[in-house]
Ligand binder design. Structure first.
Ligand code: NAP
Length: 484
């Protein structure tokens, strides 16, 4: 299958924080892949901006090293890398001072798309927006890209939105949630809205429940100090799991256009009921193997921040009334697995009798590892001896189905950055969405803080605390196994 790459318009992309971890790990290798795919026009320019005192050549060297270290083995001819590096420059800029801003301004060309990626801590967003404005760079058609975390509660998210709104319109602000850039997540929308098969069944009448799991095997490691101020709810549920839930639960938008899609997502968040405290399980990993416990990483022996959370949510609307959405995410778990599973109800009547057992269709959308989808269908177990039923997966791994093309589209960042250049906000969060997500999250966090709840310890390499299993068992359900 030959992939169709449509080059974007010429652009100047400034990466504030261009020497940082995210830029080196994701943004720059992603841009390089897009360059190799032929999506970047000759006139494209990428300018790193940070305080480090390096010149263009020093930065190009850093970019080449980042591509080698974080490019996942992606290679191309040396002359292609050289051609990419020719498009790279660097300006030493202090986001909070005056140094470097005139030089940066002089490098920005007229007549091309202007995009400014804020790959720095959120405390610098206001300073950068302000200086872009005072240097005449906050032009009508300029775009800014901001990273998570977008606030740590409703109040701070509102303040951040207000700060950015002083100099940029909402249609210029691209709030990244890289989960939305994943191929499978977009495929979820294609499957739902591009087939007649699923949508008629996509409601409380036919869906028993939905599970959304984002499980990691790694612990917080060196990020313990930062993570301890956040926890799984703020770090994962409020943004990534919430976005997945929205895409699964939203009504069909009239068009695949930014506001049409985001209006529908917003309605889902607003329809989320407050969660019963008995339907929330928080956990913290204990020491195991060679690795320290969460509390040792957090450097606070009494930390009550969760490294695991499972909860049961309900959406109060016509489509989903009574259908539970089980969400779980955690660190140091048994497998690195992210998936959404739509578990359909039993057939209304079993003509095969009780011995045939209970069989359910499950549509599982796998984000990692190896993105793809499976649909469990019930068939007769082959062979003589009566009518015994088994569930077999119809498996569609994108790597198998699409071959090389699937490999080309593996990273979410590169897709999202190209969407910024194209001016397409469909896969970015709108300010009101982020605020609504915090408005739902804040009372849950305040609730456990006021109650003085302490997370349950769990052993590394497991599926989290036993109470998480109980959350399901009480409802006569069980989590899908975390598979490697
Ligand atoms: P980082 O490694 O600490 O990098 C921070 C960058 O900001 C560096 O390039 C630093 O360069 C620059 N910087 C700091 N103060 C500055 C100032 N006053 N003026 C100009 N530049 C300044 O952080 P990161 O991990 O890349 O994260 C960047 C943002 O992305 C954060 O908001 C983070 O939450 C978010 N994020 C990161 C990841 C990830 O995987 N790393 C994932 C999701 C979201 P100098 O020291 O040279 O100035």
């Amino acid at each position: 299958m030959v992939s169709r790459v449509i080059p974007v318009e010429p652009f100047d992309l400034v990466i504030f924080g261009g020497t940082g971890d995210l830029a080196r790990r994701k943004i720059l290798p992603g841009l390089f892949r897009r360059f190799c795919a032929g999506q970047m026009p000759d006139e494209a320019r990428i300018i790193g901006a940070a305080r480090s005192d390096i010149d263009d050549d020093g930065y190009r060297k850093m970019v080449a090293e980042a591509i080698t270290e974080f490019g996942n083995g992606f290679t191309c001819e040396a002359k292609t890398l050289d051609a990419f590096l020719e498009r790279i420059g660097y300006v030493a800029v202090d986001a909070t001072g005056t140094g470097g801003w005139d030089e940066l301004t002089s490098r920005i060309r007229d007549g091309v798309v202007h995009a400014f990626y804020f790959s720095v801590g959120p405390s610098l967003f206001g300073d950068i927006a302000e200086r872009l404005h005072s240097h005449g760079l906050a032009r009508e058609d300029a775009r800014i890209v901001v990273e998570k975390p977008f606030g740590r509660d409703l109040q701070s998210a509102r303040a951040l939105n207000a700060t950015l709104a002083e100099h940029f319109r909402e249609d210029q602000i691209y709030r990244i949630d890289h989960y939305l850039g994943k191929e499978t997540v977009q495929n979820l929308m294609a499957v739902r809205f591009g087939n007649v098969l699923f949508e008629p069944l996509w409601n409380a009448q036919y869906v028993d429940h939905i599970q959304i799991t984002v499980a990691e095997t790694v612990g917080v490691g060196g990020r313990g100090g930062y993570y301890d101020k956040s926890g799984a709810m703020r770090d994962m549920v409020q943004n990534h799991l919430m976005q997945l839930l929205c895409l699964i639960a939203m009504e069909p938008p009239s068009k695949f256009e930014p506001d049409e899609v985001r209006d529908e997502k917003l309605k889902v968040i607003r329809a989320l009921e407050p969660v019963d405290p008995h339907h929330i399980v928080r956990g913290q990993y204990a020491a195991g193997g060679d690795e320290a416990s969460y509390r040792e990483h957090a450097e606070d022996p009494r930390s009550t921040t969760e490294s695991f959370i499972a909860l049961k949510a309900h959406i109060s609307n016509w489509r989903w009334a009574g259908t539970p959405f089980y969400l779980r995410t955690g660190k140091r778990l048994k497998a690195r697995t992210s998936e959404i599973a739509v578990v359909f109800k039993d057939a209304p009547h079993s003509i095969f009798g009780v011995d045939a057992g209970r069989h359910r269709n499950v549509l599982a959308i796998r984000l990692q590892p190896n993105e793809g989808m499976t649909l469990d269908v019930t068939i007769k177990e082959p062979g003589p001896g009566g009518m015994r039923l088994i569930d077999v997966p119809l498996d569609m791994s994108f790597a198998d189905a699409l071959g090389e093309e699937a490999e080309e589209v593996t990273d979410a960042y590169e897709r999202l950055i190209m969407d910024v250049i194209r001016g397409n906000q469909t896969l970015f969060m709108r300010g009101d969405e982020v605020e609504a997500a915090w408005a739902w999250t804040d009372p849950l966090i305040e609730g456990w803080q006021n109650r003085g709840d302490v997370p349950k310890p769990y052993d590394p390499g497991t599926s989290g605390p036993d109470d998480s299993m109980m959350l399901m068992h009480r409802d006569g359900r069980r989590w899908r196994e975390l598979k490697k």
